[in-house]
Write a protein that binds this ligand. Structure first.
Ligand code: UDP
Ligand code: MG
Length: 138
């Protein structure tokens, strides 16, 4: 699955009405939608998704934020998907993100940064399996 990555439009961007514009940017950048759903995370599920950050000082704030409201989860396909998508979303901190990136355009802060993108092929697989069954993938 090295040509696939996983993304979430986070609760801040969803609540601010940016989901349509973000999905448009993703599709126009050449990513094919393999799976897509609107859902929300319980704090337990958000904690599980971000368990790698469990020991970090921002963990509880992150879990609270990510379980605050609806999100959109998706699996995306493109050659070099993981790296190209990280380029499209920009740096974790929107203040440091390149102009024209999704985080630069739509994110307000380091914590509430609009969108998630997997950081490796292995995590893309794990994160996709967290949200989607095989029946939900086209
Ligand atoms: N985060 C935060 N404070 C930090 C670093 C990260 O609140 O100092 C949040 C932010 O929402 C980020 C998420 O935790 O997107 C996961 O962090 P990671 O370092 O994996 O950044 P990403 O891969 O999302 O760019
Ligand atoms: Mg990460």
């Amino acid at each position: 699955m090295s040509n696939r990555t996983f993304t979430m439009i986070k609760p801040d961007a969803f609540a601010n009405g940016h989901s349509g514009a973000i999905l448009d940017m993703i599709v126009k950048a050449g990513f094919r939608l393999v799976a897509l759903k609107m859902t929300s995370l319980s704090s337990q599920k958000a904690g599980e998704f971000y368990s790698v950050h469990q020991a970090r000082p921002f963990y509880s704030e992150l879990v609270e934020f990510m379980s605050r409201g609806p999100i959109i989860a998706a699996i995306l396909e493109k050659e070099n998907a993981v790296a190209d998508f990280r380029k499209l979303i920009g740096a974790t901190d929107p203040a440091k993100a390149d102009p024209g990136t999704i985080r630069k355009l739509f994110a307000a802060s380091l914590g509430e940064n609009a969108i998630h993108g997997s950081d490796s092929d292995e995590n893309a697989r794990t994160e996709s399996d967290f949200f989607f069954s095989n029946l939900e993938r086209i």
